[in-house]
Design a protein around this ligand. Structure first.
Ligand code: GLA
Ligand code: ZN
Length: 654
């Protein structure tokens, strides 16, 4: 069964509404209600004075309706008395100063004083609620980012982290290459975390920045471990998660979720779909990425339910079928629980125009009716919860690339996420399930492994990929791979792609970061595609040219190479192509490995398959605002804008 949840903030509503809300949420089809996050000032109105009676009442009202709760720890928003009493709990900005206090997210997750208070409130909650049958699960804090706080505690934590990693300043200086610009450190105190944005990243050593991001990721993971550890002391069986988003400061999600039981995500797909067919707007990539955090099904703790708005202007209202289409898109990629943000649009506070299911009027509306219909449909598919995605293909992801490529843009417009998503979109457009997994995850279960831009090189990866190809797998690896060592310094004395050269059977003689300029390549087997951003000029060792540049001084030079390696194959893509180029390449790669494909899907239709004990379900999602028609094994299929159709193993549409 796919569980339905609703996000509810009882502290924001008059008590007279609670009962009625619970009855209505149950009638709509909810199984779980998420509450508690952000309500610290109501749980602890004064230092050490706790009041959970209101939460007890809310939980009781909810459970009386046969629903359970997902309890949020309120630590994202510390009460103002805490900041006032203990200024060392306040986060500092990149400008090296305490942040101006608004009312959200200003806590420093490293500060020992903050830990003491956060630990105490989590402990109070655990003592009261952990192990109770009303509690379905726990959510820690809210939408954690990589720690970029520059407060004194964080500065010294960074230095401690470096001491632990390098032992001596000598070895740190060597690892970072600090002889450049007289950057040699002679006292630990000289090491600064990120400071003013105008210093970034030009005047910083990229090797230092890479370690700084890794440190930030460890802080976030440690914070999660700290909170979950407290809850587990009271209930070792507790199901604990946190709601991820894709923030500007990305944490290392694999580390963050390592100690948690299930991955969870806040799903806010775009309300306005772009006209430009080359734009990568689909949320499908992120959903597969989230499934990869623990390589199993995941939850959505905030599923978008209305037009967005806070300080930015209010977004357009979601098109008909958008709410249900996107919710089902999450299910299609492995979500087992969907908790909708939020029951009713707030009447107060910053998010009063960030719409929930119900409007301020509190009367049933179009969105509610659409969700009602969706929940009815899901209730008729009880087997769905006992299925998952089995994928013949995997995209390798690593936080190191994320960090390094953000600090050192390789070419105007060149982005790690674009690299990942181009491959991903081609897979879902061919109906091929694809996992997004960490770079050191086992590869045995896959037939095709996609490695977009492996800049910071894990030395083991080359030999693991060689083994994989030797035994008959296909590897596709792209430009800017094998460039740097683990410290983020460039590898001396080997032509690119350095450690991947044998596997790819080619090397780069020269590269041309062309930025937004568009050029073309010709495929050896015929066909022309636009390329942009980057051109590796390849020389073939044992590989064959798959595509060659057309134009400029390197007309005719190989751009994409294909190499037989053992029983398998490796492709090296030395440029960034238009979407269709990846589709053509992957059709060839998948066909060679006998992976079944749906080649008749029009652009914008995404297909995934969930299977297992509960049956087999193939999801056809029209992620566009136009109707779509296509042939499917002799059958004519029509999809309305944003419609999701589901087909079972008996080829019945449900
Ligand atoms: C995030 C937060 C929510 C809310 C929504 C709506 O996802 O987790 O608390 O602020 O955004 O903007
Ligand atoms: Zn701090």
């Amino acid at each position: 069964m796919i569980r339905i949840g609703i996000d509810y903030y009882p502290e924001q509503w008059d008590r007279a509404l609670w009962e009625e809300d619970a009855v209505r949420m149950r009638a709509l089809g909810a199984h779980v209600i998420r509450l508690g996050e952000f309500a610290w000032s109501r749980m602890e109105p004064k230092d050490g004075v706790f009041d959970f009676t209101w939460l007890d009442d809310a939980i009781e009202i909810i459970s009386r309706q046969g629903m359970q709760v997902i309890l949020g720890t309120p630590t994202n928003c510390a009460p103002l008395w805490l900041y006032q009493e203990h200024q060392d709990t306040i986060q500092w900005g990149r400008d090296g100063r305490p942040t101006d206090l608004g009312i959200r997210g200003h806590r420093c997750m490293v500060s020992p004083t903050f830990r003491q208070y956060a630990g105490r409130i989590v402990e109070e909650m655990s003592r009261r609620y952990a192990g109770r049958p009303e509690v379905f699960a726990w959510q820690l804090d809210n939408e954690l980012e990589n720690n970029h706080c520059t407060c004194p505690a964080c500065r010294s934590a960074f230095r401690d982290w470096l001491r632990e990693k390098y032992g001596t300043l000598d070895s740190l200086n060597r690892a970072w290459g600090n002889m450049v610009w007289s950057g040699e450190v002679s006292d630990w105190e000289q090491i600064q975390p990120l400071l003013a944005p105008e210093c970034l990243p030009r005047w910083h050593n990229p090797a230092c920045l890479l370690d700084y991001e890794r440190f930030g990721a460890d802080c976030t993971a440690d914070y999660v471990r700290f909170q979950s550890g407290i809850i587990r002391r009271y209930d070792s069986q507790a199901v604990i998660t946190t709601n991820a988003c894709i923030p500007a400061n990305m944490p290392d999600f694999h580390k963050e979720f390592a100690e948690l039981d299930v991955a969870a995500y806040d799903d806010y797909p775009p309300v306005r779909l772009p006209e430009d067919a080359e734009e990568l707007y689909s949320n499908a990539f992120v959903l597969d990425f989230v499934r990869g955090f623990k390589q199993k099904n995941f939850w959505i703790l905030e599923q978008f339910a209305g037009h967005m708005g806070c300080w930015p202007p209010i977004s357009p209202t979601p098109e008909p079928e958008m709410l249900s289409g996107y919710a089902l898109q999450a299910v299609a990629h492995g979500a087992d629980l969907l908790s909708f943000f939020r029951w009713r649009t707030a009447c107060t506070g910053a998010e009063m125009f960030c719409h929930g299911i119900l409007d301020h009027s509190n009367v049933p509306n179009r969105r509610l009716r659409e969700l009602e219909e969706l929940f009815r449909r899901l209730a008729q598919l009880p087997g769905l919860g006992d299925t998952t995605l089995r994928s013949p293909a995997a995209i390798l992801y690593s936080a190191d690339q994320e960090f390094a490529l953000k600090n050192q843009t390789q070419s105007d417009g060149f982005a790690y996420w674009t690299q990942l998503r181009l491959f991903h979109e081609a897979c879902v457009g061919l109906g091929v399930n694809v996992d997004v997994i960490r770079e050191d995850a086992p590869l045995d279960n896959y037939q095709v492994v996609l490695v977009p831009t492996h800049l910071v090189t894990d030395p083991d990866l080359a030999s693991r990929l060689e083994d994989f190809a030797r035994r008959g797998g296909t590897v596709v690896i792209t430009n800017r791979s094998g460039v740097q060592d683990k410290n983020g310094n460039c590898i001396l004395g080997q032509e690119l792609p350095t450690v991947f050269r044998d596997l790819c059977g080619c090397h780069v003689t020269e590269y041309d970061p062309i930025g937004p300029v568009k050029q073309t390549v010709n495929l050896t087997k015929g066909g022309t595609y636009q390329i942009t951003s980057w051109c590796d000029l390849l020389e073939l060792d044992t590989a064959q040219a798959w595509a060659r540049y057309q134009g400029r001084f390197y007309s005719g030079v190989p751009a994409v190479a294909k190499n037989r390696f053992g029983e398998g194959t490796a492709y090296y893509v030395g440029t960034v192509g238009e979407k269709a180029m990846y589709r053509t390449l992957l059709i060839e790669a998948f066909r060679e490995r006998g992976v079944p494909l749906l080649e008749t899907l029009p652009q914008g239709v995404e297909v995934t398959t969930r299977s297992g004990e509960g049956g087999t379900y193939q999801f056809f999602f029209n992620n566009t605002v136009h109707g779509q028609n296509f042939q499917l094994q002799g059958e004519r299929v029509h999809l309305r804008p944003l419609e999701m159709k589901i087909r079972t193993e008996k080829e019945v549409w449900v």
